[in-house]
Write a protein of this length. Structure first.
Length: 177
């Protein structure tokens, strides 16, 4: 079997966030903080871009293995990348999740891929709740996994109680038939 390596350009994902940034030594306290805050915001939001770029690149790479046997991709990831197959799956799922694609949504997403994946999983299961939380301003870059679980559990618990009551009602109806 012949394999051809196709160079993949990631230039569109590269940015100047790795360029050294220096706060002038004469600036102290809040003056220094204010001087650098835009750079901090830029670098922080760049993390989201890197997560999406990595996931997109992995998706592109994986689609090129269609002629390979099952398990080849997973073996290659294990032997060649600095993370597990599960992380590969999560990064690819994050980048492919359409509700995350708008710049407005990206601006409020958490910058840690683990939290981002949990949010993706919950949002995929209940997109309506995700949109509600977005419009209420409850999805923020600092959202934790605990917060995500609690915000989505509120609706799930209500739904679970409603289902339990429906089941109880159905059982009662069967009893009286």
């Amino acid at each position: 079997m012949s394999t051809t390596t196709t160079p993949i350009s990631i230039g569109e994902y590269q940015s100047d966030t790795c360029v050294a940034f220096t706060i002038p030594s004469k600036l102290k306290g809040e003056n220094a903080w204010n001087y650098a805050k835009d750079e901090v915001h830029s670098r922080w939001s760049g993390v989201i871009g890197t997560i999406f770029a990595t996931g997109s690149l992995l998706n592109d790479m994986k689609t090129r293995q269609k002629d390979e046997k099952d398990g080849t991709w997973e073996k290659w990831v294990t032997e060649n990348l600095p993370f597990s197959n599960r992380t590969d799956q999560r990064l690819r799922a994050i980048s492919a999740f359409k509700p995350f694609h708008s710049e407005e949504v990206k601006s409020v997403l958490p910058a840690y891929w683990g939290n981002l994946d949990m949010l993706r999983s919950k949002a995929k299961a209940d997109e309506t709740r995700f949109q509600e939380l977005l419009s209420e301003g409850k999805i923020t870059p600092s959202i934790s996994r605990t917060d995500i679980g609690e915000l989505f559990a509120v609706k799930v618990e209500i739904s679970a109680d409603a289902n339990r009551n429906d089941e109880d009602a159905d059982e009662g109806a069967r009893w009286f038939r």
